[in-house]
Design a protein around this ligand. Structure first.
Ligand SMILES: C[S@@+](CC[C@H](N)C(=O)[O-])C[C@H]1O[C@@H](n2cnc3c(N)ncnc32)[C@H](O)[C@@H]1O
Length: 268
């Protein structure tokens, strides 16, 4: 998640993520996941790879009071989370070695769109298991491959004309069977993985295209090697050439596209 932050020349990436992406893109899935995991009054909740904290914040909204903890490796993402919800316990730490207090356990552990970024997925899942109480429920969501999501696939093709092949980490763990195996290997017995599709809507598609292009440039080998001026020029070229794709999925300035995720619900 180390992405160039100059692009919109107005705010840091975590602030742009929160401002433009969380409402339309991440909040609806957080709500769905907390429904699926049957969040109930009194549940203690851990949000792993919480980013700016949408899962933890929705849990807190629903629970009112209670023990809600968010963990992320990025202090910048956590700074936004902290500013938005100072009453939640935000902790900087790695999913492979969760910063838990002695004996601390949770009834609900959620990791929304974080696992695909972890270099050691097995140890992260083992850590989530350690954090889970005996009757606890774990939820892990990872996007399906972008090849299955036409809007994302087409945008990536435009970017690849400028950047060469892009292995997009965001969609790198889309195989439901691998997710299920990972959880069973970590000792989870009751594991169910669903694939869920939803139509995602943005009132204005332009900021989404800009942030998505930033991500392409930031994660590609070619983009990483570029100086600031070249990176900016390439970004603008990709944004312009993405126009027809954006138009294809737009109605006026509003953007709507189908997005697919795997959602695993597991218990011990
Ligand atoms: C796409 S964001 C998802 C954030 C949040 N869960 C949401 O739904 O908005 C991925 C997050 O994973 C975090 N992350 C990546 N590797 C991590 C690791 N090893 N341990 C903890 N967090 C990590 C990043 O800092 C980033 O905030």
């Amino acid at each position: 998640m180390t992405l160039p932050s100059y692009a919109m020349n107005q705010a840091s990436f975590p602030e742009m993520y929160e401002r433009w992406l969380v409402g339309p893109l991440f909040r609806p899935w957080a709500e769905l996941t907390l429904d699926e995991v049957r969040l109930s009054p009194g549940d203690r909740v851990l949000d792993v790879a919480c980013g700016t904290g949408i899962v933890a914040r929705v849990a807190k909204e629903r629970l009112g009071t209670g023990h809600v903890v968010g963990v992320d490796v990025s202090s910048d993402m956590l700074a936004v989370a902290r500013a938005l919800a100072p009453d939640i316990d935000w902790r900087e730490g790695n999913a492979s070695s969760l910063p838990l207090h002695e004996g601390e356990q949770f009834d609900v552990v959620v990791c929304q769109q974080g696992l695909q970024f972890f270099p050691d997925k097995a140890s992260a899942v083992t850590e989530m298991r350690r954090a889970l109480s005996k009757r606890g429920r774990l939820a892990i969501a990872t996007w399906r491959a972008d090849d299955e999501i036409p809007f994302f696939r087409e945008l990536r093709r435009v970017a690849e004309r400028h950047l060469g092949a892009i292995a997009d980490q965001r969609y790198s763990f889309g195989d439901a069977a691998s997710l299920e195996d990972l959880l069973r290997d970590a000792g989870f017995e009751d594991v169910q993985v669903k694939t869920i599709s939803r139509t995602i809507r943005f009132d204005d598609g332009e900021p989404f295209i800009r942030l998505n292009t930033m991500a392409f440039v930031g994660m590609s080998t070619a983009g990483k090697a570029m100086g600031d001026d070249e990176r900016k020029r390439v970004m603008e070229a990709i944004i312009t050439e993405s126009g027809p794709v954006l138009q294809q999925y737009s109605d006026g300035s509003a953007l709507a596209f189908e997005l697919r995720t795997n959602l695993a619900i597991a218990s011990l």
